[in-house]
Design a protein around this ligand. Structure first.
Ligand SMILES: NC(=O)c1ccc[n+]([C@@H]2O[C@H](COP(=O)([O-])OP(=O)(O)OC[C@H]3O[C@@H](n4cnc5c(N)ncnc54)[C@H](OP(=O)(O)O)[C@@H]3O)[C@@H](O)[C@H]2O)c1
Length: 296
């Protein structure tokens, strides 16, 4: 049975806990590292209607991302740009931010995230003994307040335990606006989802399509739902994330997918619930699980 669905270009915004607005569907840039790849993808994405770009120092393509932003012709103030602080830079936030801004060709960013709550000593590649991510976060607070180069700050890959520690520190006076975490129907993280809602910290869903060689596109339940509505599996996954109230960051360097991924529709309640409970049938699947990190 096919049901009617209307795919629409999603240009909606959510309001963060500091009042700043963020476009719900953002554009991912991880692994867009071929010559000119990130440049072309970002420029195309912006020209086709995206207004939110998710970058990171560690993606090694900030220069191309910045050129794509510039050459898109879209005014800077209409674009929400995020970049992230890498693990070995936790003790030099100001310097790392300046370098990111320089590579991006921007004089401010909308959101600066601690990429992982892991402060690594570059000399030994081991975690610092005298410094952790809470110290780093306080630096982000300070740099935001003193430089005007950052509009909002947030975190990524943080568990409830880590957020509790951060939020209970009396010198942490600015709440993170988001926690960017892996999220798709095989990794719904219901406890973390409820905790974040209770703290008014938005989830940014990364790897929403299940990343490279995704198992989700072959999942028969997802394919059946896509066929039922006459849409692509990617539209189902992105629409589910939006319906869940999360910000969603699909990545593509393929023009027709970049265009298609911005289109969302509303799932019927039973299909939405089927996706919410997909792990009960197929198990939990984390695609981004670095050996050096413990998600507990
Ligand atoms: N904070 C963190 O630690 C963290 C970790 C991971 C990701 N992220 C962010 O989240 C973004 C998204 O995650 P991700 O890059 O891991 O993966 P993703 O967006 O879930 O999936 C990207 C993969 O799906 C393919 N794809 C895209 N649209 C498609 C479509 N409509 N149909 C079929 N295949 C499609 C892409 O191929 P093509 O490009 O070839 O089209 C690519 O191989 C990243 O780019 C990054 O910005 C953050």
């Amino acid at each position: 049975m096919t049901v009617t669905s209307t795919l629409r270009k999603n240009t909606k915004k959510l309001t963060l806990n500091n009042g700043q607005k963020i476009p719900v569907v953002g554009f991912g840039t991880w692994k867009a590292t071929g010559e000119g790849e990130a440049y072309k993808a970002v420029k195309t994405a912006l020209q086709k209607g995206y207004r939110h770009i998710d970058a990171a120092e560690h993606y090694h393509n900030e220069e191309e991302v910045g050129k794509g932003i510039k050459d898109s012709g879209v005014p800077r103030e209409e674009i929400f740009v995020t970049t992230k602080l890498w693990n070995v830079d936790h003790k030099k936030v100001r310097e790392a931010l300046d370098l990111s801004l320089k590579r991006l060709g921007l004089d401010y960013i909308d959101l600066y995230l601690i990429h992982w709550p892991v402060a690594t000593d570059p000399a030994t590649n081991e975690p610092y003994k005298d410094w952790d991510y809470v110290d780093t976060y306080k630096e982000l607070q300070r740099v935001m307040k003193t430089t005007g180069q950052i509009r909002s700050i947030g975190v990524s890959n943080m568990s409830i335990k880590q957020l509790e520690k951060l939020l209970s520190d009396e010198e942490v006076t600015v709440k993170p606006v988001v926690n960017q975490i892996e999220a798709h129907p095989l990794l719904t993280q219901p406890e973390l989802y409820d905790y974040m809602a209770s703290k008014d910290i938005k989830i940014e869903a990364y790897s929403p399509l299940g990343s490279v060689n995704s198992p989700l596109f072959k999942n028969e339940t997802i394919v059946d739902i896509a066929n039922k509505y006459g849409v692509e599996p990617a539209n189902v996954l992105i629409s589910w994330a939006v319906q869940r109230g999360t910000i969603v960051l699909p990545k593509s360097t393929t023009e027709h997918r970049i265009i298609s991924n911005l289109n969302t529709f509303r799932l019927h309640r039973d299909d939405f619930d089927t996706l919410n409970n997909l792990s009960s049938k197929y198990g939990v699947k984390r695609t981004n699980d670095p050996a050096w990190y413990n998600f507990e």
